[in-house]
Ligand binder design. Structure first.
Ligand code: SAH
Ligand code: SF4
Ligand code: F3S
Length: 392
């Protein structure tokens, strides 16, 4: 099949592809996989959608704003597709994986050719082939297997000399605001030997100075494997590989951050001291409503432990303002937590209702203006803290 398709490509029908990526590092890394697939098929990459014969939107739906951005950019291609009907427009990633969303997308943008999901992007060549052969509106969202195959070549971007490596897929935590478990499925860990093999290959290339291990909650790595694997051991084993590099990781869920892990980071050379530890809120009441399964005190205790063992730890965080039921008092708790911890970086978000999540149905939603005011307050406070920190 590949041969026929390659001939087809050679005839000059499809020459260039463009991948537009939204969302987190998971998506960035999955776009590297897509890019690898398309390069192998003989296409070349362009950064301009309106130069491409195949345009892929790798989407995010973590907040409404992320969806609007993608939809705006898909809609903007209507004219291009009309003028160039042979151009193929594909939409993948988290957005179409929401219930009923693929059908809505096709209704709104009938010129979309292919819709695929978060777990089957490795089949993209097949989808493309089917579309070229005349099948209309391909919608393929089914998971083909719990884990993608191991033999796919990435076209690693190599930005900052970093290589991403997935260690887990999906999430089991069901934080009440979050869409991720619904669009990425349950948590599945890759086998440690597969991860180590990938890291070895990366290091063999010689162009990478860091490897970032990726998971929605890296700290629960291995829980589903029942073979004694855990994140701490994995980190140690990756760090023990030969070469001049640093091992980074994200994201750490505070509820699963063990003393063993802190010790490992503190005592193993080559493990990064940048720890991204999303707190989400400084109010125990809100944390409980978010189903985060730690309290403000527990969070602060972890920070203390990290700083006691790892003197130069850079702790960064994510937080959400305006979660349903967040009062001024709750918000002030977040402000005081920020002042106490002095994060190296904060990613602050206004709560955004996500369809199908538990928080969507909570009736004490916070007005947009209040959310805006709170997010600005957080960002201004953080600016001030960083200024003092840098001493200017
Ligand atoms: N797995 C990571 C987070 C992935 S999503 C973790 O648990 O830390 C990245 C960030 O987006 C989250 O940390 C949270 O701060 C934010 N986020 C998730 N859902 C959101 C929503 N509905 N509204 C606003 N921000 C949200
Ligand atoms: Fe979402 Fe929570 Fe899972 Fe992170 S841990 S992806 S915030 S459900
Ligand atoms: Fe967005 Fe999906 Fe990542 S919803 S934040 S791209 S896991």
């Amino acid at each position: 099949m590949l041969v026929i398709l390659s001939n087809f490509l050679y005839n000059g029908v499809m020459e260039k592809f463009c991948i537009v990526t939204y969302g987190c590092q998971m998506n960035v890394h999955e776009s590297e996989k897509l890019s690898g697939i398309l390069l192998k098929m003989g296409l070349t990459e362009t950064l301009k959608p309106t130069e491409a014969d195949v345009i892929v939107f790798n989407t995010c739906c973590i907040r409404e704003s992320a969806e609007n951005k993608a939809k705006g950019n898909i809609g903007a291609l209507k004219g291009y597709k009309k003028k160039n009907p042979n151009v193929i427009i594909a939409v993948g990633g988290c957005m179409p994986q929401q219930k009923g969303e693929a059908e809505k997308l096709i209704a709104k943008f009938p010129f979309i050719d292919i819709i695929f999901g978060t777990q089957n992007l490795f089949l993209f060549e097949k989808f493309l082939e089917e579309r070229i052969k005349g099948k209309k509106h391909i919608i393929e969202l089914e998971y083909n297997s719990p884990l993608p195959p191991e033999n796919i070549e990435f076209n690693r971007d190599g930005k900052d000399n970093n290589a991403y490596v997935n260690i887990t897929y999906g999430c089991n935590n069901f934080c009440t605001y979050c869409i991720v478990p619904y669009v990425r499925g349950r948590e599945r860990s890759r086998k440690e030997s597969d991860i180590i093999n990938e890291c070895k290959q990366i290091l063999k290339e010689g162009r990478f100075k860091s490897i970032t291990l990726l998971g929605q909650n890296v700290n629960s790595y291995g829980n589903d494997l029942n073979d004694g694997s855990n994140f701490s051991k994995l980190l140690k084993n990756v760090a023990s590989l030969d070469g001049d590099f640093v091992v980074k990781f994200m994201t750490s869920h505070p509820k699963d951050l063990s003393d063993e892990l802190i010790e490992t980071i503190a005592t193993t050379p080559k493990i990064s001291h940048d720890i991204h530890l999303p707190c989400q809120s400084g109010s125990t009441k809100i944390l409980e409503a978010m189903n985060r399964r730690y309290t403000r005190e527990h969070y602060l205790e972890i920070v203390k432990k990290i700083r006691a063992k790892i003197k130069d730890a850079n702790i960064s965080t994510d937080l959400i303002v305006g979660f349903p039921g967040e009062t001024e008092e709750d918000f002030n708790q977040t402000i005081s937590l920020i002042k106490e911890v002095k994060f190296s970086q904060i990613f602050a978000f206004m709560y955004s209702k996500r369809k199908g999540t538990i928080a969507e149905k909570m009736d004490n939603q916070v007005p947009l203006l209040v959310k805006r005011k709170r997010v600005n307050e957080v960002l201004n406070l953080q600016k001030q803290i960083l200024k003092e920190y840098k001493g200017d």
